[in-house]
Design a protein around this ligand. Sequence first.
Ligand SMILES: Cc1cc2nc3c(=O)[nH]c(=O)nc-3n(C[C@H](O)[C@H](O)[C@H](O)COP(=O)(O)O)c2cc1C
Length: 187
Amino acid sequence: MKILNLIAKTRSVRRYKEDEKVSMKKLMYIAEAARVVGSAGNRQRLRLLLVNDERCDEIFKEIRFASYLDWNGPEVGQRPAAYIVVMTAEEPDTNLSIDIGIAAQAMLMTATEEKLGGCMFRSFDREKLGAILGKQPYMPALVISIGTPDEVVILQDKRPGDDRPYYRDVYDHHLVPKIDIDTLVLE
Ligand SMILES: Cc1cc2nc3c(=O)[nH]c(=O)nc-3n(C[C@H](O)[C@H](O)[C@H](O)COP(=O)(O)O)c2cc1C
């Protein structure tokens, strides 16, 4: 697959086939992407917590799904089978935040290539989730859900006047409008 196709296919997926487990071997494979990406000054300050056991329920309770939808997140049976929690020992500064984004996108793309899907989450209480995970001094900076997709996510061109960040259509597909290339690229 062309890398651009993989990037376009790498969408935020929030509903999964929960009974399809994600093995620790698969999570380690995805984590390898975070190991080899760039890092400001090559300081490599990120640490990853790979979770595919009963702790998934605890993480699920702490993250907020698609706050722009009138939705409380996936039902039992469609929840993430695994998580990769990106942890840092300090409050992320700008470079560390960029590192987190680069690593997270690389892992999501790797998951997509493995026929999995995922979503990044920043909506959680860092202190509360950090206490639950118990890996001090490392605290959660970004949560990535992982699982076998059980929803259709479609990219579409953003229409003038339509400012919805994303929405669901009558088929329950999740639509994600993106600005066109002439808007993105400045003259
Ligand atoms: C840094 C970051 C934080 C995010 N936090 C959340 C979150 O807390 N909850 C959620 O449901 N989605 C979250 N998302 C997913 C975005 O909502 C998603 O990227 C956006 O709707 C566009 O969809 P797409 O990823 O398919 O292009 C986050 C994405 C990024 C990059």
